[in-house]
Design a protein around this ligand. Structure first.
Ligand code: MN
Length: 334
């Protein structure tokens, strides 16, 4: 069965170099500083990861052949350009999108891409979304907060207007928790992918829902990785406690329930999760048509992700949807 993996990471040499400058500066964000000490550190243990991130050509495709991935949908890896000052971020996002579009043009049956934007400058980001569309990329990626700011703020309306105008979905991808909340995550590795990333990114998604963003921009499509960053598990309780808050006048009533926005405006991916219990719950809550395969290469073991997908207790129809059909429909592939 055809397998399309849609949260697959790369980096450009220039962005990797600029990250090092930020990591060496005294005002680096505390969460990003931790990344500099862990998976971004130049250590022998990270050498293979870093070389794989930089390869968006033949080496990557040879690896896909070996593992059994038909197509990778690539995106600039976290935190992308979101740690740079606005002008540099805007330029580097455009350069990364050009490099990605070139890689896709060289292997259009094997690679597709989601373009980067710099939310630091929403007007420039909106222009870049138009360019992403014209480059033939299929959506965009945002790595959660940008200097502690979330996308629900009114200044980001141009980004959502451009998404609706182009029809491009946004992958809301994790990064370390924002500076205002990161302190208790800095111990015990909690800031990282096993917990802090999901707290941060789930919070971001919930801010979009509860702020009424989807009431204002009903056509938005948001992709969440890591089995929905925990939200499918909580959805019934989110509705229940929202309704109580509305009843006592503590929050404003939205036109739809939080769960209705989640079902209408979000899809989720399996990135980094190989638990049948989590997949079953997600299918039961959301339906198999809202769940897409992802391997999170090169951070996760993509061979294990393929084994999980192939061995998952699914109907053949569900397996087709998750393996490739949902991605083809969402991203207008083939
Ligand atoms: Mn990822």
């Amino acid at each position: 069965m055809k397998r399309i993996a849609i949260e697959e990471a790369f980096v450009t040499p220039e962005i990797a170099t600029e990250w090092k400058k930020v990591l060496g500066s005294p005002d680096v964000e505390p969460g990003f500083a931790k990344m500099g000490e862990s998976i971004l550190a130049d250590t022998p243990g990270n050498a293979l990861l870093h070389s794989r991130l930089l390869d968006i050509g033949n080496g990557r495709i040879a690896h896909m052949d070996e593992i059994g991935i038909d197509m990778q949908v690539l995106s600039l890896t976290s935190p992308g350009v979101q740690v740079f000052h606005p002008d540099l971020a805007t330029r580097l996002a455009a350069d990364a999108n050009d490099a990605l579009a070139e890689a896709v043009r060289a292997a259009p049956s094997r690679l597709a891409g989601l373009g980067a934007i710099a939310p630091q400058d929403p007007a420039a980001a909106a222009r870049e979304i138009e360019r992403i569309k014209s480059l033939g990329l299929l959506g965009l990626i945002v790595n959660s907060h940008t200097f502690g700011e979330y996308l629900d703020g009114p200044r980001n309306a141009p980004i959502f207007e451009a998404m609706e105008a182009t029809g491009l979905p946004m992958y809301l991808h994790p990064r370390e928790p924002a500076p205002s909340i990161v302190m208790p995550f800095l111990d015990y590795g909690l800031y990282f992918a096993g917990w802090g990333f999901a707290v941060e990114t789930g919070l971001h998604a919930m801010r979009l829902i509860m702020s009424g963003t989807f009431a204002r921009f009903p056509k938005l499509k948001i992709i969440l990785g890591h089995m929905g960053e925990g939200i499918p598990f909580w959805l019934q309780r989110i509705d229940n406690r929202y309704l109580l808050q509305v009843k006592i006048g503590a929050v404003e009533k939205l036109p739809c329930l939080p769960s209705e926005y989640f079902l209408e405006n979000f899809v989720i991916t399996t990135a980094g999760v190989t638990s049948m219990a989590a997949l079953r719950l997600s299918i039961d809550v959301l339906g198999a048509e809202r769940i897409l395969f992802a391997a999170d290469y090169p951070y996760e073991d993509d061979a294990e992700a393929v084994r999980f997908l192939d061995g998952a207790v699914l109907t053949e129809r569900e397996r087709e949807l998750v393996s490739h059909e949902n991605a083809e429909r969402l991203l207008a592939l083939s």
